[in-house]
Design a binder for this molecule. Structure first.
Ligand SMILES: *Cc1c(COP(=O)(O)O)cnc(C)c1O
Ligand code: SF4
Length: 333
């Protein structure tokens, strides 16, 4: 039940809101009351959030076992996540890091230096991904210092920044910040968190266009969410709108086991149906990879329907229509 729904008194709604606020940060983007339904569901707290299950985890994707120093997650050998800030411009009700995001303190200068020295001391790290929270909420000055220090580590070859700011607070992406991004001394890619075509209204599209001029490329990450985008038409429209605006769909994330987010969860079977449908309808770079972050910290894995199986002395392939074909390797002896 949405807090906006009629039938509950404003006193009841306020009581629920207070209970939720005691557990998780609440902040919706401005104008949410007039925003499309797909946005309201993502940001307006609901009594459903107070229901938790045994399977839900305080650390759903297992960051903690891989946190080497404060704010630095080193899960894969060649890339790390650096989280200098745990604030966002608005708080998604399904946030997979909701136990920290909106709660934990930003890294101190000392902690940031420690994280950067960890990266310096690990030559296997080729990519640093700024995440959080929303790293584009950092001041232009702080962002500049971080990007410059990272780019000057010889083994770090590319940078990435994960953000929802162009959607949640497009005007906060100031000219100063854009100039800082554009000044990156090594290729810097942006990954935009975007879940529905309705999120890409004029102000967001203007921010995305400006972002595109400032970085080497913009990708999109989408969370599969019940009641928001668990529909083939909605996902297709989102993917098309992204590509039409110069953004490449990168990941479709299966919803994580974050506390109080059961009302957003869909089954893997349903997610695979949707991914298979996108495969029918869209060309290769129009469609995201459907992934699950394996609980426990084992990383992301593609969980889309497999189109290839062993068959006799070869392989059975499924085409975009769902028809099967046989293929046998033909190699030099
Ligand atoms: C998701 C994630 C990455 C990035 O993974 P890609 O597949 O390169 O996008 C890196 N480190 C951590 C800890 C992650 O959770
Ligand atoms: S933008 Fe990302 S980190 Fe921020 S609240 Fe939403 S899901 Fe969480």
């Amino acid at each position: 039940m949405s807090l906006e729904s009629k039938g509950s008194s404003s006193a009841e709604r306020e009581a629920v809101r207070r209970k939720i606020a005691a557990k998780f940060k609440i902040a919706a983007p401005p104008g949410i009351a007039r925003a499309p339904k797909a946005l309201q569901r993502q940001y307006l707290p609901s009594a459903e959030e107070l229901k938790t299950t045994k399977a839900e985890l305080s650390d759903p994707i297992g960051d903690d076992p891989h946190q080497k120093v404060a704010g630095l997650i080193h899960r894969y050998p060649n890339r790390v996540l650096l989280m200098p800030i745990y604030k966002c411009a608005a708080y998604c009700r399904f946030c997979f890091r909701r136990n920290k995001v909106g709660k934990a303190a930003d890294l101190t200068r000392g902690q940031l230096l420690e994280a950067i020295s960890y990266i310096k001391n690990h030559k296997e790290i080729k990519e640093v991904i700024l995440s959080g929270g929303d790293p584009l909420l950092l001041s232009a000055e702080k962002l500049a210092v971080i990007l410059r220090r990272l780019a000057r580590i010889p083994h770090v070859r590319t940078l990435r920044i994960h953000s929802r700011l162009p959607i949640t607070a497009p005007r906060a992406l100031s000219k100063m910040k854009l100039r800082v991004l554009a000044a990156s001394e090594i290729p810097l890619y942006a990954a935009l968190h975007c879940n529905h075509a309705d999120e890409l209204q004029a102000p967001a599209l203007a921010a995305v266009a400006a972002l595109r001029r400032s970085v080497s490329g913009v990708l999109a990450q989408t969370v599969l969410l019940k009641g928001v985008n668990d529909d083939a038409d909605v996902l297709e429209q989102l993917c098309r709108r992204l590509v039409e605006n110069g953004i490449l769909p990168y990941y479709l994330h299966h919803p994580d086991l974050a506390a109080g987010t059961g009302h957003f969860r869909v089954s893997i079977a349903r997610g695979r149906e949707l991914a298979a449908e996108l495969e029918k309808r869209l060309g290769g770079f129009f469609r995201p990879r459907y992934v699950l972050d394996i609980p426990g910290g084992f990383g992301k894995t593609v969980i889309a329907a497999a189109n290839i199986n062993r068959y006799k002395d070869g392989w059975r392939l499924r085409d975009w229509r769902g028809d099967y074909h046989f293929y046998r390797d033909d190699l030099r002896p």
